[in-house]
Write a protein that binds this ligand. Structure first.
Ligand SMILES: NC(=O)c1ccc[n+]([C@@H]2O[C@H](COP(=O)([O-])OP(=O)(O)OC[C@H]3O[C@@H](n4cnc5c(N)ncnc54)[C@H](OP(=O)(O)O)[C@@H]3O)[C@@H](O)[C@H]2O)c1
Length: 289
């Protein structure tokens, strides 16, 4: 299948890197890198996108250091909300499809069962609020949009915004001999950006616009995630499960933010693998096992 021309914002980020790798072989893609392309500079961003004459814009950029967002709400809102509003206006004016990414942290976790797209969002943190507000702008301004909520990303490029991803952090701590305290009361689905990128491209072929949840299958706590990483690595560090209150992160996080890929399944998109399978693939690809 052939795809139209795509402009990719955040092309050297964790998800952006894998999207670029997948897209390159399928279509013409224009990677956009910060700071040459800065979403918080709407006039310049609009003029670059106008000159590019792409058909689709994919936005992976975000201020995603969740704890820092609590102290810097202006910065979080600037990139996750207001820049997304301006990008949405540009896409509307130029008649472009906008593909935008959001987060499981738009939910408060009270449901204690996988969230579907129709469930009510009620974010607990500044990050969650800023991302949900970004979603509102996309859905109300851009006629042809995909909003893709995902969860617990890890990819070969590492998360630029956070400095690293959870898997690589665990790999680097496996041998340091110190006990590791890992949160055991927040349920998530670890998701491979390699696999997510593949599904996003499949979704683009359908032109069924709207809100989608896209994650790997299954669920675990961060502690369970770490245990599986160490099991696959064949390492036995001292890992101590702790609750969120004891861990003491600045931003409140949902106790349960597993997403159900309901709309993707209804559409007939091919299934994601179980998170343990995707994790093993990742560790093999990175040469850790
Ligand atoms: N990471 C997760 O666990 C997770 C979970 C759920 C949802 N999400 C969502 O998934 C998306 C992708 O996340 P990710 O992990 O791939 O993030 P990431 O690795 O931090 O990548 C973000 C990209 O955006 C670029 N960027 C930063 N500020 C920019 C600006 N002002 N203008 C244009 N580009 C800018 C970054 O460039 P520089 O590196 O040069 O700053 C980087 O290339 C985000 O929307 C995020 O909210 C992530």
């Amino acid at each position: 299948m052939s795809y139209p021309k795509i402009a990719l914002i955040g092309a050297d980020g964790q998800l952006g890197t894998d999207l670029l790798a997948h897209l390159k072989s399928k279509t013409e893609v224009a990677p956009l890198y910060y700071p040459d392309f800065d979403l918080t500079q709407p006039e310049t961003a609009k003029s670059i996108l106008t000159d590019l004459k792409s058909d689709i814009v994919i936005n992976t950029a975000a201020f995603n250091r969740v704890d820092e967002c609590e102290d810097n709400p202006e910065e979080a809102l600037a990139l996750n909300t207001l820049a997304v509003r301006d990008l949405s206006l540009t896409c509307r004016d130029l008649g472009l499809v906008l593909v935008h990414f959001s987060t499981d942290y738009v939910f408060n976790g009270n449901k204690r069962a996988p969230y579907i797209e129709m469930d009510e969002a009620a974010p607990l943190s500044v990050y969650g609020v800023s991302k949900l507000a970004g979603e509102f702008f996309v859905s109300s301004i851009v006629p042809c949009h995909f909003i893709i909520r995902t969860c617990g990303l890890y990819g070969a490029a590492g998360c630029w915004g956070k400095g690293n991803n959870f898997v690589d952090t665990m790999v680097s701590l496996a041998d340091n001999g110190k006990p590791l305290r890992i949160v055991d009361d927040q349920w998530i689905t670890p998701t491979s950006t390699w696999e997510l990128a593949d599904k996003v491209i499949e979704l683009l072929g359908h032109e069924k616009y709207g809100l989608y949840h896209l994650t790997n299958e299954g669920e675990c706590t961060w502690y369970g995630f770490a245990q599986e990483i160490f099991l696959l690595l064949g390492k036995l560090p001292d890992v101590i499960p702790v609750d969120s209150a004891t861990y003491g992160a600045k931003a409140p996080r949902p106790a349960y933010s597993v997403l159900e890929n309901k709309r993707a399944k209804d559409l007939g998109l091919s299934d994601f693998s179980h998170w343990k399978h995707a994790l093993k693939d990742y560790l093999i690809k990175k040469g850790h096992i």
